[in-house]
Design a protein around this ligand. Structure first.
Ligand SMILES: NC(=O)c1ccc[n+]([C@@H]2O[C@H](COP(=O)([O-])OP(=O)(O)OC[C@H]3O[C@@H](n4cnc5c(N)ncnc54)[C@H](OP(=O)(O)O)[C@@H]3O)[C@@H](O)[C@H]2O)c1
Length: 279
């Protein structure tokens, strides 16, 4: 029987690359996009479905169309960035809805379909699901939420014949950076936040000017998980994700916190000439 996988967020980045790879590997791929005009970028044979994770009716309508699944890849998501004080309540709610509550609702609705085939759930978390990062307070909160949720399900689901795994990439060059949404309140910041914002924008600009890692390592890791007999709960991808993990794992908590804060203070400190870099 051909294996069926549903992948969310296939208009770009990791989701799009996974749809190509799994279709080439012989999977029947159901790929979600928010806008039907994005369908042509997906390979022939892939079934394109509409899904907006911000809209629970859209999630319920999609799930109602699927009766059996070998794998669900909860991939779609975006980053909300900026000083915490700049986020509106609506922005905070949408970040939690799209990155956490939407995937939770979708997964819950698809459990019967997954149970029918002894299915697997792969959740795209992030190194930001294990470590808090400045100017990413709500993004980190949404990924920490995914981590606690999936870790809990890892206790419940195996008895139902379903496995779940978290994938935690570090930085990879997809459309994620271009799709970042900024806090709406950037015009009314405290002086210290203004300064940190200059440093942060300059750091992002410097990072974008360097060659980035493609998403291929993430795709390979997901393919390996789908092929493994028993999926490990967490897979970290990239030197940055692994380094953060080991710093927190090996050092006493207070030392790790001091080390990480020293690094992030440097990151948020504008250097001479940064305004030119960031503009
Ligand atoms: N790239 C990285 O460095 C990195 C690192 C760690 C974790 N991740 C995680 O990996 C996942 C994929 O990100 P990516 O790097 O491939 O970024 P990407 O290129 O921006 O792709 C994100 C996908 O999510 C979709 N999406 C956004 N909001 C949505 C919504 N409301 N409903 C349904 N789909 C929505 C986007 O669709 P639209 O085109 O319609 O916006 C797009 O297809 C995300 O969960 C991200 O948090 C990425």
């Amino acid at each position: 029987m051909t294996r069926r996988v549903l992948i969310t967020g296939c208009s770009s980045g990791i989701g799009l690359a996974l749809a190509h790879r799994l279709a080439a590997d012989g999977w029947q791929v159901l790929a979600t996009v928010r806008d039907a005009r994005q369908a042509p970028i997906l390979p022939a044979g892939v079934e394109v479905l509409l899904l907006d994770l911000a809209d629970s009716a859209s999630i319920a309508a999609l799930a109602a169309r699927i009766d059996s699944l070998d794998a669900l890849i909860d991939n779609a998501g975006y980053g909300l960035v900026g000083p915490f004080s700049s986020f509106s309540l609506a922005q905070m709610q949408e970040q939690m809805q799209v990155n956490f509550l939407g995937p939770a609702q979708l997964t819950q609705a698809l459990l019967p379909a997954l149970r029918r085939r002894g299915g697997r759930i792969v959740v795209l978390s992030s190194m930001a699901g294990e470590t808090g990062l400045p100017f990413n307070a709500l993004y980190c909160a949404s990924k920490f939420a995914l981590e606690g949720w999936a870790e809990s399900l890892a206790h419940e689901l195996p008895a139902q014949g379903v496995q779940i795994a978290l994938v935690e990439p570090g930085g990879h060059r997809t459309r994620f950076g271009a799709n970042l949404r900024w806090g709406e309140g950037l015009h009314a910041l405290h002086d210290a936040e203004e300064q940190q914002l200059r440093g942060y924008r300059a750091m992002l600009a410097r990072r974008l000017a360097q060659p980035g890692k493609s998403e291929s390592a993430v795709v390979d890791a997901v393919v390996r998980l789908l092929a493994s007999t028993r999926m490990p709960l967490r897979t970290r991808i990239g030197g940055d994700a692994k380094a953060l993990h080991w710093i927190k794992r090996l050092l006493p908590e207070a030392w790790a916190q001091r080390l990480l804060q020293a690094q992030t203070q440097r990151m948020l400190q504008p250097a001479a000439g940064d305004d030119a870099v960031a503009s």
